[in-house]
Design a protein around this ligand. Structure first.
Ligand code: ADP
Length: 312
């Protein structure tokens, strides 16, 4: 990076969303006509990185795309969002990750994800990015790449005293127990919390209970996001769950809201390390609440200039 600084380093996924809107979902073997098609930039890793960058963090992605049209376009997208692509690699052994999405008029969808090049991101790329990783203020990762790559990046960050946010998405019931021990902030949504703990989460009270269980597994802090209900925050030092409501808004499209929240959280941890976790979560709620009022994933993420000055 230009001046050697890195606020937020994301080790994670890039996916191209290929979205077709049709009156209904096709049956097996059937061809139907849709009425709209668009291509979007997605993947949890890149989404979170782009949101942190739009708020003003110096960001870099460690990720892998294919040596193909979508890979080239994705790199261009990261550059357009001022994300450093120094550690974005391209491979001809797999295609750029893609999500083929069909949405019917009732808003239901059918999705096929081919993670492709994302699954080839491994140890070699992590060691290549190690000089930057050691200087980053915050490392963020998820589970759309190989879990051992995510776990190793969290371990490398911990050894170098870099703060970590881990987002266990998409969730797996048998998550390696070390993920909890090496996460400073373990941030998940209701569904992920349920899959990890086996307990139902419907609101702040349940979220507090599962949060306490996740804390017991070894992370320093837990945030459970609750859609329009905001989030619940707990820490090892203060394990009484704190419910932080979000803004009441008319939601147009909540796709990618969780990634907007995490990108914002990473930005605040890197740039405002002395404010409380509760305040960071309160501000991240506000950023994510803006994202749900516009259509799309990254297209809905606000820039700093679009947000009230009191968030900075
Ligand atoms: P995910 O996108 O992973 O399912 P959530 O639905 O929990 O995550 O949303 C993440 C955050 O986005 C919430 O904590 C909240 O701050 C914000 N958010 C989501 N939906 C709404 C909504 N309808 N109104 C206001 N804020 C929302």
């Amino acid at each position: 990076m230009a001046d050697g600084d890195c606020d937020v380093l994301v080790v994670g996924s890039c996916m191209t969303d290929l979205v077709s809107q049709a009156p209904r979902l096709p049956k097996a073997g059937e061809t139907i006509h849709g009425h709209r098609f668009f291509i979007g930039f997605g993947g949890k890793g890149a989404n979170q990185c782009v949101q942190a960058a739009r708020l003003g963090a110096q960001t870099a992605m460690v990720c892998k795309v294919g040596t193909d049209f979508f890979g080239d376009k994705y790199i261009e997208n990261l550059k357009n969002n001022s994300v450093s692509t120094e550690f974005v690699s391209q491979t001809d052994r797999a295609a750029t990750g893609a999500a083929s999405i069909i949405v019917n008029d009732a808003g239901e969808n059918a999705i096929v994800i081919v993670a492709g090049a994302n699954l080839l991101l491994g140890e070699e790329e992590l060691w290549g990015a190690e000089p930057l990783l050691g200087r980053a203020k915050v490392l963020v990762c998820q589970l759309e790449i190989r879990p051992d790559t995510s776990l190793q990046s969290l371990r490398m960050a911990r050894e170098r005293r870099v703060r970590t946010i881990f987002n266990p998405a998409p969730a797996v019931a048998d998550l390696h127990p070390d993920f909890f021990r090496v996460s400073d902030i373990f941030c998940c949504n209701e569904t992920e919390a349920e899959i990890l703990t086996g307990s139902t989460v419907t609101g702040p009270e349940d979220a507090g209970k599962v949060g306490a269980e996740l804390l017991r597994r070894g992370c320093c802090s837990v945030i459970v996001t609750l859609g329009p209900q905001g989030c619940v925050v707990l820490s090892a030092e203060d394990s009484s769950p704190l419910h932080i409501p979000t803004a009441t808004v008319t939601a147009l499209d909540t796709t990618g809201a969780g990634d907007s929240f995490i990108g914002a959280l990473a930005f605040y941890m890197a740039r405002y390390p002395t404010i409380s976790l509760e305040e960071m979560a309160r501000r991240a709620n506000q950023v994510a609440a803006v994202s749900v009022q516009a259509v799309g994933t990254q297209t809905s993420y606000p820039w700093r200039k679009d947000l009230p000055p009191e968030l900075f």
